[in-house]
Ligand binder design. Structure first.
Ligand code: FNR
Length: 345
């Protein structure tokens, strides 16, 4: 069994079935979920030979943050379902691994409490129907030291997940559901706004004074519109196959977005990244970094902060070995020549 599959199996054995299914599942027929991982696997690599790789450096820098590797933690909801220390453990494990946490708007612990344990972190933003809720959360995140905002653009409504058994099956306490929604007592009031647009990039930037990245971009025209509205970075994502099923795999969307952005801002990618080879493939297609969703949840479920650290350290080590095998001494030396063009153009 691959290390990822073994980790997932261990998490599955520990978690209530409904929680495992909530974390693991995708929307619709789960075709995008399956294709995310498969699409990375389809990309064939073109290793360089006879290069000195006696010292390989996975370190990188992203919007001013120094990172041990180009692997970040994607925003995922409700970590208290995986571990009693919830996002505080995730934050600690991420910091210890020298990585960066993107904290979900749907975190089950207060941003101030998570920030106290975190290294560099960004806040993922859902624009709620009541924009006042989003405004209050952004202000608290700024005060607590968030270094950027990540506006999720692919969730005007929530995708239907076939494994979903309804909120009550998860057993998530109301106070965890509403941990960062000040003054709310009813979850219906925390619905997302279906009328979120590119103008909300400007709104969030002016409100926070922070760089705003947009997550969920899969097309060149959308990438250009985000840049027009001052986006400081883009995350190519289909929400881990949880929003529009049938959406293109992120490995296939990435080259189009990279080309449209043309080096003006960093482009990141997530969805199905599981190995150092996947990290190399993403960098070769022009991503500056990748994010991990489910692997971090499995680390948290199986070992708390230590489990999160192990997942991130493990992928860093696998990335270092992969770079060496590909004849590449560091992250900035990865080029498009490392993947076989015929398969993605
Ligand atoms: C997510 N994702 C997500 N994205 C986001 O912007 N805000 C959120 O609150 C969540 N919540 C969430 C919960 C769960 C259980 C999952 C699995 C995913 C999407 C996430 O940020 C990321 O795009 C994907 O998880 C990446 O794919 P992998 O690594 O899980 O395959």
């Amino acid at each position: 069994m691959l290390p990822y599959e073994a980790l997932e199996a261990e998490a599955r054995a520990r978690l209530p079935e409904a929680v495992f299914d909530y974390y693991a599942g995708g929307s619709g027929e789960e075709s995008t979920l399956a294709d995310n991982t498969a699409a990375w696997g389809r990309l064939r690599l073109r290793p360089r030979v006879l290069r000195d790789v006696s010292s390989v450096n996975t370190g990188t820098e992203l919007l001013g943050a120094r990172l041990a590797s180009p692997v970040l933690v994607a925003p995922t909801a409700f970590h208290s379902l995986a571990h009693p220390e919830a996002e505080r453990a995730t934050a600690r494990g991420t910091r210890e691994a020298g990585s960066l946490l993107v904290l979900s708007s749907r975190a089950s612990r207060r941003v101030e409490d998570v920030a106290a344990e975190a290294g560099p972190w960004w806040l993922q933003v859902y624009v709620f129907k009541d924009r006042g809720l989003t405004r209050a959360l952004v202000r608290r995140a700024v005060a607590a030291g968030a270094r950027a905002l990540v506006l999720t653009g692919d969730t005007p409504v929530v995708g239907r997940k076939r494994r979903d058994r309804g909120d009550s099956a998860l057993g998530l306490p109301e106070e965890d559901f509403l941990a960062n929604l000040e003054g709310l007592t009813r979850r219906e009031l925390a619905e997302q706004a279906p009328d979120v647009t590119f103008a909300d990039i400007d709104w969030l930037r002016e409100l926070s004074g922070l760089p705003v990245l947009v997550k969920g971009v899969l097309r060149a025209d959308d990438a250009r519109a985000c840049l027009h509205h001052g986006a400081a970075g883009l995350i190519v994502s289909n929400h881990g196959g949880r929003q529009l099923d049938g959406a293109v795999a992120t490995a296939e969307a990435l080259p189009e977005v990279v080309e449209a952005v043309d080096g003006r801002v960093p482009v990141l990618v997530d969805g199905g990244v599981r190995t150092g080879r996947d990290v190399l493939r993403a960098l070769a297609l022009g991503a500056r970094a990748v994010l991990l969703g489910r692997p971090v949840l499995w680390g948290l479920a199986t070992g708390g902060a230590e489990g999160v650290r192990r997942v991130l350290d493990g992928l860093r080590e696998d990335t270092a070995r992969t770079l060496a095998l590909a004849g590449v001494p560091d992250v900035s030396s990865v080029g498009a020549d490392l993947v076989a063009r015929t398969l993605w153009r």
